[in-house]
Design a protein around this ligand. Structure first.
Ligand code: ARG
Length: 280
């Protein structure tokens, strides 16, 4: 899809993708195990599905930066402004200048934070309210909430959520705000206070709590554009539940990327945030 009103999404070809180090539990025991040609095919399938509903832009991959393919961690975008990520792990720090330059060259107004913050991996806009869900506890520093609130201004409410399960180390691995205002998430990845914060803001009928098997298949790591929900895999139960809310599931295998702890949503970055609030 390529029209002026189509959503814009950034992806990075997996030319240099590999599991070369271990910075999350999914990578443990996977060093050197990614199959490059299989990863390329899986990425191309995802690219094709996203291209059906969005305009995809690409950033050049860089050798020596195997995780650069996970563009969700490029930064956080809001109305033509960008906060590039400032990674917790040295292994990913080399990505920062490339993403920062890409944003600047495309006229995003760039503000850098000197606090650990992993971009749209940990910061997700709600689609029904003017709200940013912010995950911390593993990668992003809790104190980034204050900096983000100042950057966004009063019109957006930043809601910090503490992540407690190391397998779900980024917010986008366990929570996905959907176009119609629903929240698909894995409650056990959050502490009690975070669960209470979610329940206080999202009515029960809009909360789609997924079970552990779906969470482990990265079902919450979904690319949602309008009524389309693109994931690695989801159970029939979850697919039916999403269908009842008006969403069409598109599953595409991304297991090569799961070896690095990422899946569909991690491989994309929405560039036209805050996305249109189209009811599903
Ligand atoms: N190996 C990468 C890391 O640990 C995976 C990043 C996945 N990205 C995401 N938005 N969850 O940083």
């Amino acid at each position: 899809m390529s029209t002026d009103t189509a959503p814009r999404v950034l992806m990075c070809p997996p030319t240099h993708f590999a599991v070369d180090y271990e910075i999350n539990p999914w990578m443990a025991g996977q060093l050197g195990s990614a199959d490059a040609s299989r990863a390329t095919r899986q990425w191309q399938e995802l690219h094709a599905l996203v291209s059906d509903v969005a305009t995809v832009e690409l950033i050049d991959p860089m050798s020596g930066l195997p995780d650069m393919v996970f563009t969700a961690n490029a930064g956080l975008i809001y109305r033509g402004r960008a906060v590039p990520s400032h990674f917790r792990h040295a292994e990913r720090a080399g990505e920062e200048p490339h993403f920062t330059r890409w944003f600047a060259e495309r006229d995003f107004d760039v503000t850098s934070l000197d606090i650990e913050f992993e971009g749209a991996g940990d910061a997700l806009f709600d689609r029904a309210a003017s709200r940013l869900w912010f995950g911390h506890g593993h990668r992003s520093d809790a104190r980034a909430a204050t900096a983000l609130q100042a950057w966004l201004g009063d019109e957006v409410d930043v809601v910090p959520l503490r992540l407690v399960d190391p397998r779900f180390y980024h917010l986008d691995t366990c929570l996905c705000p959907l176009a119609g205002g629903q929240l698909m998430y894995f409650p056990a990845a959050f502490d009690a206070q975070a669960n209470a914060a979610i329940e206080a803001r999202v009515p029960a009928e809009l909360r789609i709590a997924v079970g552990e098997a779906d969470a482990m298949a990265f079902a919450c790591n979904a690319v949602n554009l309008g009524e389309t929900v693109i994931v690695n895999r989801a159970s029939d139960t979850l697919e039916k539940q999403l269908a009842r809310h008006g969403y069409r599931l598109r599953a595409t295998p991304l297991d090569e990327f799961l070896k690095a702890g990422g899946s569909a949503k991690c491989l994309t970055l929405r560039l036209d945030e805050p996305g249109l609030r189209t009811a599903a």
